[in-house]
Design a protein around this ligand. Structure first.
Ligand code: MF3
Ligand code: CO
Ligand code: CO
Length: 270
């Protein structure tokens, strides 16, 4: 596989897919509350995508090599779940933190991928800080994106920031190119050294989606569903995800919509 460069028409397709992916999260936001089950959130998302947007979930039935088909329309990763949490019948409770990760496919075949953290009721100061630091880490990574920069610059900036806050970066999962396929080249590591890895070129589209643990970076599979990943030390984990485009002068965040959390104050660019 190699990195695809999107044409102006391709970019229009990606803008639409990514806005729709963000709008699914906007739609879900008021429903993500104590007492609601993650299965109900999944049901709402599925119905919205199919009946309101005319999109499809990219995760439903998704089956990479060596995995069972993913059984839901989104991922709900709660507390010490790092990623790929499967919606279930357990109600959310006050103090939980949860990542909701949505990827849509438009009728034209374009993919848009994004995730946000949700704080249920009054979470602990520690839990809220982890969510905030992870959000800022994602944006610090995004801020590195411009033609001529390298993916190692993105990973390094995220790692430096997260580790300075006392947290650790998960190494086993990474961001990814995206377009008419869910996971394309390149791999976007959330750690690394400046000046290494692929050089960025206008027209590339990829995700930046750091998974940050409050404790050690080690992870393990949980249970036997073939998907759920948790922190080995059971510490909390957070993640945010945007899909971005490399432009002639910098970047454009594609997964934005009316309900997107505003970018941090330190972000000057686009
Ligand atoms: N949306 C996830 C990502 O950011 C992938 C989820 S795959 C699933 O790449 F099958 F677990 F849903
Ligand atoms: Co992704
Ligand atoms: Co995702």
């Amino acid at each position: 596989m190699s990195i695809t460069i999107k044409s102006a028409a391709d970019i229009e397709g990606m803008r639409t897919a990514c806005r729709l992916a963000s709008e699914v999260l906007d739609y879900l936001t008021p429903h993500i509350q104590a007492g609601v089950t993650t299965k109900e959130i999944d049901r709402l998302a599925h119905e919205y995508m199919v009946n309101v947007q005319g999109t499809k979930s990219a995760t439903l039935g998704y089956q990479p090599q060596g995995y069972p088909p993913y059984p839901a329309s989104l991922c709900t990763s709660l507390n010490h779940v790092v990623c790929h949490g499967i919606p279930n019948e357990k109600p959310l409770k006050k103090g939980d933190i949860m990542n909701v990760d949505v990827t849509v496919i438009t009728p034209e075949g374009w993919y848009g991928d994004n995730s946000r953290m949700y704080i249920i009721g009054d979470a602990s100061i520690q839990a809220r800080r982890l969510c905030q630091v992870t959000f800022d880490a994602m944006w610090i990574g995004i801020e590195q994106v411009r033609p001529g920069a390298r993916l190692g610059d993105v990973g390094h900036a995220i790692q430096k920031f997260a580790e300075a806050a006392g947290y650790s970066v998960v190494r086993e999962f990474c961001g990814h190119g995206i377009g008419k396929r869910f996971h394309e080249d390149p791999q976007v590591l959330h750690y690394g050294r400046p000046g290494t890895m692929e050089e960025l070129v206008p027209g590339m589209t990829f995700t930046i989606e750091p998974m940050i643990n409050a404790g050690k970076r080690d992870i393990k599979e949980f249970g036997n569903d073939g998907w759920t990943i948790v922190t080995r030390d059971r510490s909390l984990s957070a993640q945010w995800e945007h899909t971005v485009l490399v432009t002639d002068t910098g970047y454009e965040v594609l997964t934005l919509s009316a309900g997107s959390p505003p970018k941090p104050a330190f972000v000057k660019g686009s």
